[in-house]
Write a protein that binds this ligand. Sequence first.
Ligand code: FAQ
Length: 322
Amino acid sequence: MTATDQSKHATELEENFQSRVDAEQKIEPKDWMPPGYRKNLIRQISQHAHSEVIGMQPEGNWITRAPSLRRKAVLLAKVQDEAGHGLYLYSATESLGISRAELIAALQDGSAKYASIFNYPTQTWGDIGAIGWLVDGAAICNQVSLQRTSYGPYARGMIRICKEESFHQRQGYQIMIELAKGSPAQKQMAQDSLNRFYWPSLMMFGPHDSESAHSAKSMKWRIKRETNDDLRQKFIDQTVPQIEYLGLEHPDKELKWNESRGHYDSGEIDWEEFQNVINGNGHCNRQRIQHHVKAHEEGAWVRDAQIAYNEKQKARQTDAAA
Ligand code: FAQ
């Protein structure tokens, strides 16, 4: 094939790919895809997987201190669900031709990010309520739209994950209701957790659209179905009546209903804090990665055992075939 023919062929492939995406057909692992699409998906899905797994740490910290046996069991189940979400998402990423070991190495050496929210400490039981309510709530807002993402394995993973996240959100809100309707000290604990987790939850949606490096491409390829600012606005609007029902004060003093937009206007996020956290300088970044490295090293024997078992199975099959 001449260079001109090759470039014509590449353009045809790309046009065919885009028309499939525009027609809402799912792209599957063995289908042709532009290298940039593959790269962007590996980046986003793996960072999503890392977020689920690192996100187990702030809540795992409270399993032994949850205030009743029932609360311990519920929290344990929730944290285990997050591990499961990580596994589906790592598997979806691996279907794009990258190994789990490479993904883990990128998380541990800091070249891959994970959601900024998990670098904030969980100081009280109220924080567990706020995480379920606000953090899982923000995650669902985003993930409901990702159920329609163009890459098949990611979209299918999201459908199951969203069902579990709804349960997580409700368990968090129920903790907040109990605290907010409890003693003055409990209500104060709920207010304090809301104050500390509200703004970092808004940061989960990423930078403003005008500052978002990947949004334009991701929207064109339908990896993302709604923009960072649109999803953030949805979350801001849905959270207002929830705060009112709890009888708590809204942390955003500039929040105001805008009749002409049909949405709430809100105060500005502290973007300097956001940049600091995503660049490794939040309260808990180092601790989170150190803990991950330790757990990964301690689990090496499980991976070795799995490899040895697979080799024995293969040898048995070869012997049987001989
Ligand atoms: N934190 O160009 P954009 C959960 C990075 S799951 C850290 O706008 P994009 C469940 C971004 O990666 C929560 N980094 O990027 C749970 C990029 O950096 P890069 C996770 C952030 O991808 C609950 C750069 O900034 N959910 O919580 C953040 O188009 C409770 C430029 O940004 C997902 O991952 C951030 N907040 O949009 C678990 C959903 N925001 O890669 C346990 C899937 C931005 O160039 C307990 N992901 N960055 O180095 C997405 O929807 C998108 O990736 C966004 C960012 C919306 C997060």
